[in-house]
Design a protein around this ligand. Structure first.
Ligand SMILES: Nc1ncnc2c1ncn2[C@@H]1O[C@H](COP(=O)(O)OP(=O)(O)OP(=O)(O)O)[C@@H](O)[C@H]1O
Ligand SMILES: Cc1cn([C@H]2C[C@H](O)[C@@H](COP(=O)(O)O)O2)c(=O)[nH]c1=O
Length: 205
């Protein structure tokens, strides 16, 4: 039987650089010979991607939003994450549960305790082995997103204060789960961030 694989998540406010470094990290780990499942939330399964389509577009009650995020996550865990880890594969996910604490908790004001209950229900004791938190000022993140020329989704249209609360909630979560978090200064150049990721990850692979 193969050893359980490693579970890495990337987190941060919209525009902090997760997707850029997610793609690089997956290639880097594959280059080292690891079997890697590259995935994202909300999404990662056929049902999860349909829920993502709703979540990023449809206005909805805050608790509906939180429940749909966790419903998509339950499917993601059952269909993709748990089987891959059991096969000994690495799973690299662009966002996971910390995003629910940051966005639904910090951004929208849902009680931390309700989120903890959902977390316990949906994932039990399973947590990422390593969470890379891309930390960036909300104003700079917005400028970067505007530079992409892509139409903003329902979250990306939120005010700067919303993202300041999201960022603060990520910091709270990083303090609460300090052993698995690795904070990245996302103001640095893409090259410098890669160097720091390489240094952090090379001890694991
Ligand atoms: N360190 C960096 N320095 C300068 N620009 C960067 C850096 N990292 C990413 N970018 C650029 O910022 C933009 C947003 O990056 P990216 O799409 O990776 O962010 P994201 O966190 O995945 O955003 P979202 O959550 O909205 O998908 C892109 O144009 C990307 O090339
Ligand atoms: C998992 C998760 C995500 N969100 C939000 C955060 C982002 O604005 C979008 C996803 O878009 P991305 O371009 O793929 O980053 O969804 C959330 O509010 N809660 C969550 O649990």
């Amino acid at each position: 039987m193969s050893a359980r694989g490693r579970f890495i998540t990337l987190e941060g406010i919209d525009g902090a650089g997760k997707s850029t470094h997610h793609a690089w990290l997956v290639d880097y780990l594959r280059g080292k010979g690891h079997p890697v499942v590259s995935t994202r939330e909300p999404g990662g399964t056929s049902l999860g991607e349909k829920l993502r389509g709703l979540l990023l577009v449809e206005p909805m009650h805050l608790e509906t939003e939180a429940l749909l995020m966790f419903a998509a996550r339950r499917e993601h865990l059952a269909e993709v994450i748990e089987p891959a880890l059991a096969r000994g594969h690495w799973v690299v996910s662009d966002r996971f549960t910390d995003a629910s604490f940051a966005y639904q908790g910090g951004g929208r004001g849902l009680a931390w305790e309700k989120l903890r209950q959902l977390e316990q229900w949906v994932q039990g004791e399973l947590q990422p082995d390593l969470t890379l938190l891309f930390d960036l000022d909300a104003g700079l993140a917005r400028q970067r997103l505007q530079g992409t020329g892509n139409a903003p989704d329902r979250f990306e249209r939120e005010q700067q204060e919303f993202f300041e609360r999201v960022r603060a909630a990520y910091h709270r979560r990083a303090e609460e789960c300090a052993t698995r978090f690795y904070l990245i200064d996302a103001r640095l150049s893409i090259e410098k961030i890669r160097e720091s990721l390489e240094e952090r990850i090379s001890s694991d692979c």
